[in-house]
Ligand binder design. Structure first.
Ligand code: G4P
Length: 324
């Protein structure tokens, strides 16, 4: 799928994180509990390598609780990492965040060594909502001002606990194809940057295998196991009256219904990936990306040779042996 969003404030954010990270004790990464692997920014792990990490699986009210438990176990098994689940209904999220951070960095605390925490997360993961609850007011989104004068805001959660906010950004190139679809389904990617029908078909393909009963119940369908993805989308469109005159089902409309229902958890609580699945997708994506890079390098080398920038490898070899 061609995802074509503009990376936005990515470079500025990257610089702000690089600057701030020097004096940070714990990095909180807000993840979407429905897609923890796909909503983790791969650039962030490079920028914050070696730092203590708190993974917050946010919007847990929308996610499959069994799978949230699997992800929490997965992250809590990693050294220097803790993970907690959270959602907007938790009225005192500060308590949970403060507790988890002091568990990670017990040596911090007090006015001399206050806890300094950086909070990061992709767009739409619920960061503004969380920060509004933390501050008890309606804060603007960090970096939303014209000209992005304010890249960072500091919030004191306690006398010895400072939280530094960063703007929500996506990374420019997604190498795990499934992550692109999951991010689009979740609402993290602007609707002009993806094809709804394609995203709905991918979503249905996954739901058919893992959450068939929820689909059957929501759309009052007969068992769907033998349906192709397109047939399933059509059946849903028909059930929901997404029709166009004389031409059968309006697939675009049907796709929008499926995506909307998933986002609103109208199908039920769903998580689109397990730690094991995501690890597999990541390995496959990295392999493909490496192959792509080899091809790209070969094309560039060929172009350089054709434009006589450098000698052909065999010419270089023979010229070396002549001189040797
Ligand atoms: P951001 O700053 O990370 O970009 O996200 P923001 O807080 O603006 O939240 C994005 C959407 O997610 C909002 O919905 C918000 O209400 C919802 N949201 C945030 N936290 C939770 C949560 O824990 N559970 C659930 N169910 N929803 C949450 P919205 O106002 O309807 O915006 P939109 O999604 O229509 O753009």
């Amino acid at each position: 799928m061609a995802i074509q969003w503009f990376p936005g404030h990515m470079h500025l954010t990257q610089k702000a994180i690089q600057e701030r990270i020097k004096n940070i004790d714990v990095v909180i990464e807000l993840l979407d509990a429905r897609l923890p692997g796909s909503s983790a920014n791969p650039l962030l792990s490079t920028l914050t390598a070696g730092r203590l990490a708190l993974k917050v699986l946010n919007k847990q009210d929308l996610a499959d609780p069994e799978r949230t438990a699997q992800w929490l176990t997965h992250y809590n098994a990693q050294s220097g990492t803790r993970a907690i689940g959270l959602d907007a209904s938790v009225s005192t999220p500060a308590k949970a965040l403060i507790k988890a951070c002091f568990e990670l960095a017990p040596q911090r605390g007090g006015m001399v060594k206050p806890m300094r925490v950086l909070i990061c997360g992709i767009p739409n993961v619920g960061k503004s909502t969380l920060i509004n609850t933390l501050t008890g007011k309606r804060a603007t989104k960090t970096g939303d001002e014209a000209g992005i004068t304010k890249l960072e805001q500091r919030i004191a959660l306690a006398d010895d606990f400072y939280l530094y906010d960063t703007p929500g950004v996506l990374w420019p190139r997604i190498i795990v194809a499934k992550s692109g679809y999951n991010l689009a389904a979740s609402g993290a990617i602007g609707r002009n940057a993806f094809n709804e029908e394609e995203v709905a078909l991918e979503l249905l393909n996954y739901l058919k295998t893992h959450y068939a009963t929820l689909l059957e119940a929501r759309y009052k369908l007969d068992p769907i196991a033998n349906l192709q993805d397109e047939e399933l989308l059509e059946a849903i469109g028909r059930k929901r009256g997404a029709l166009q005159s004389g031409k059968g089902v309006n697939l675009q409309k049907a796709a929008e219904i499926v995506i909307y229902d998933f986002r609103a958890a109208a199908l039920g609580r769903i998580t689109l990936e397990t730690p094991a699945e995501f690890a597999e997708w990541l390995a496959a994506g990295q392999k493909l990306d490496a192959q792509r890079q080899v091809k790209k390098d070969a094309i560039e080398l060929d172009r350089a040779i054709r434009f006589k920038k450098i000698a052909k490898p065999d010419q270089r070899r023979s010229s070396r042996s002549e001189h040797g």
